[in-house]
Write a protein that binds this ligand. Structure first.
Ligand SMILES: Cc1cc2nc3c(=O)[nH]c(=O)nc-3n(C[C@H](O)[C@H](O)[C@H](O)COP(=O)(O)O)c2cc1C
Ligand SMILES: C=C(O[C@@H]1CC(C(=O)O)=C[C@@H](OP(=O)(O)O)[C@H]1O)C(=O)O
Length: 386
């Protein structure tokens, strides 16, 4: 069984993750994971924190000579900003220096409910962990899954579809070009015209002390039919993927295939008709289902979209109520991003990679990569010949 845990505060010394269940013999380097971490840090609209951090993973266990051992991996990512916070964040009561407590919760963040639920007087005790800084650890974890999937010929791509109401024109759909653009951390989407408008909109929001959200899409290519299951709710792969995407800070909606727009169509226009060819097996000529039917992959490309709400911290803060004296006041301002949709897209790819790898290892158990590949190719042959 593939599983992971992450730990770490945003301004603590580091983020760590323990990954268990990866097969042995998987080629994996820190450099491979670092490329994904770099992509997560990019995208127009990020704040000053991303100039401080330069995320790099260290393996504390589980990898030897560029190969997984089959034992738990411990991934470690240093927070460079820690040096500016070491006294405020110190676990040692003697060494800790008190800062002014944060008492004016930001609408849209975890501040108010986190403080009520955990009985904190200082909102910093909530925001340190609710912060999307944690997603650096999840991208590192997801990258180990992405590496595994590459060995099986499965590829994950992501694309920003909309920012602040401006749609990306995906007319320029050469996948190689798209991959190059997405790999360069500066760029938002495939169409330079749309991208310019998005950048202007982000600049405008920044000037107004406002923030923006948007929509991103993740696709999974090369998945066979039969991952997930129809037999029980928590084995349905669409449920797991939706939960994974919804768990990303600020994601407020997820759709599979045509999703919400499909709800307006008659069944005759929505369902994907079934075809068969010898040596190819069963296939579809349309993919409105987004590659998933009955909680199982159906062999077509998986298409998932996620709606990202605007960043809660506003430099022109909204009304709030002080936790201490209950006076009406403006919400606290922590240094913040204006827009993080491109970063959310990279995180989306990572969490999707994880869920797909989990489903693969469930269907094709293997303690070593070689064993996994044997089971995998046997099943693929069966699907072609059935
Ligand atoms: C990559 C990324 C960066 C984010 N940066 C900020 C930020 O700088 N300031 C902020 O208030 N929220 C930021 N958020 C959003 C908050 O973390 C999120 O809204 C908050 O944790 C509340 O969770 P919810 O929006 O899922 O309800 C970011 C989210 C992501 C995915
Ligand atoms: C640190 C990251 O994002 C952070 C997410 C975040 C939040 O509230 O979610 C608030 C900001 O934190 P800070 O106040 O330290 O600048 C972002 O920078 C990151 O993505 O690595």
């Amino acid at each position: 069984m593939l599983r992971f845990l992450t730990a770490g505060e945003s301004h603590g010394p580091a983020l760590v993750a323990v990954v268990e269940g990866l097969p042995s013999g998987l080629p994996l380097t820190a450099g491979y994971i670092d490329r994904q971490l770099k992509r997560r840090q990019g995208g127009y609209g990020r704040g000053a924190r991303m100039k401080i951090e330069c995320d790099h993973v260290k393996f504390l266990s589980g990898v030897r000579g560029g190969m997984t051992l089959g034992s738990p991996l411990t991934l470690y990512i240093e927070n460079k900003d820690w040096s500016n916070w070491s006294q405020v964040m110190s676990p040692d009561p003697e060494a800790r220096v008190e800062e002014k407590v944060i008492t004016r919760p930001r609408p849209g963040h975890a501040d108010l409910t986190g403080a009520l639920k955990y009985r904190h007087k200082d909102i910093r005790n909530v925001l340190e962990r609710s912060s999307a800084r944690e997603t650096a650890a999840r991208v590192a974890v997801g990258s180990t899954a992405r590496r595994l999937l590459e060995e099986l010929g499965i590829e994950i791509t992501g694309q920003v579809l909309q920012i602040g109401g401006i749609n990306a024109d995906t007319g320029q759909s050469d996948p190689e070009e798209l991959k190059k653009i997405l790999a360069s951390s500066q760029v938002l989407c495939a169409d330079p015209g749309a991208e310019r408008q998005m950048i202007e909109k982000i600049d405008q929001a920044r000037q107004n002390g406002d923030t923006l959200g948007g929509v991103f899409e993740v696709r999974v290519h090369g998945v066979p039919a039969g991952l997930g299951s129809h037999v029980h709710w928590d084995r349905k792969i669409d449920a797991g993927l939706a939960a994974a995407l919804m768990s990303i800070q600020s994601v407020k909606g997820v759709e599979v295939g045509m999703g919400f727009s499909g709800a307006a169509l008659p069944g005759s226009l929505l369902q994907d008709e079934i075809f068969y060819q010898k040596d190819r097996g069963f296939y579809r000529e349309t993919n409105r289902a987004g590659g998933i039917e009955g909680g199982m992959t159906n062999g077509e490309v998986i298409i998932l979209r996620a709606a990202v709400k605007p960043i809660p911290t506003l430099y022109q803060p909204l009304q709030s109520v002080d936790l201490l004296d209950k006076t009406i006041s403006r919400a606290a301002v922590e240094r913040a991003d204006v827009c993080a949709v491109p970063a959310a897209c990279v995180i989306g790819e990572a969490v999707v990679a994880w869920e797909i790898a989990r489903a693969c290892l469930e269907k094709f158990p293997g303690d070593s990569l070689a064993e996994l590949k044997e089971n995998w190719s046997c099943y693929r042959t069966y699907l072609r010949q059935v």
